[in-house]
Design a protein around this ligand. Sequence first.
Ligand SMILES: [Zn+2]
Length: 266
Amino acid sequence: MKKLTFAILLFAATMLAACGQSKDTTQTNPKEPLEVENVVETTDTIAKKYLLGQFDPAKESDFSLIASVYTNKTGIYMKTEAYKSFIAMRDSALKDGITLTIVSATRTFWHQKTIWENKWNGRQYVGGKLLNVAIPDPSLRALEILKYSSMPGTSRHHWGTDIDINSVDPAYFKTAYGIKVIAWLEEHAPDFGFCRPYTPFGEGRTKGYQPEEWHWTYTPISCKYQEAYKNQIEYTDIEGFDGDEVVFSTRVIENNVLGVDVKCCQ
Ligand SMILES: [Zn+2]
């Protein structure tokens, strides 16, 4: 409703908007200017709830619903600026015979809590094991989950800037087509503001999640979020889920939130 109200106000103000127009029209013409005011966020003004994923992207004026042509999911959102850049990147990739599909975008704290707790409580197999039985020690269990999944409140997917492309299965990126996809992205994604944060361990990155070929971050916004997270978020802010007692011992801020390739935010 908020979006609709805003669209109506915009119509009255500009006399340009068509009846019923909403920000979803950006999906058909990514070159149109933003219909909403482009809020300039600085590392000091980003509220904690946006860093921790404790908001509803459907109610935020600078988020867009991702059109079905671009994703295999329904009802997922990303920051409009990042979304437009993804569309431009996808169009460019298509010309080279590569199809880019978003398989995950903004995930809230509560969404991440479900993912985390399913693994923590053994409702889902992790590497062929039910971790509540296989790894009774809470810190060790958390470290096993942290190979690929974030604790609620610590995911870059909270920010609206990060997406998973095509598949979250490492095996996909070993297929002939998957190899072409990752090669195309590594060459061209930076032209559209996207960077791969979870590269293989080495010079650019020494800790954090296992390498992820599928995860890409829109750095013109996410680098500000990363800096804001570093400045504002304390371990005591990360709570409200099963296993949150190991937030300190696993050092998830230093190891995971900040364990990204340095080249993304240089
Ligand atoms: Zn991801």
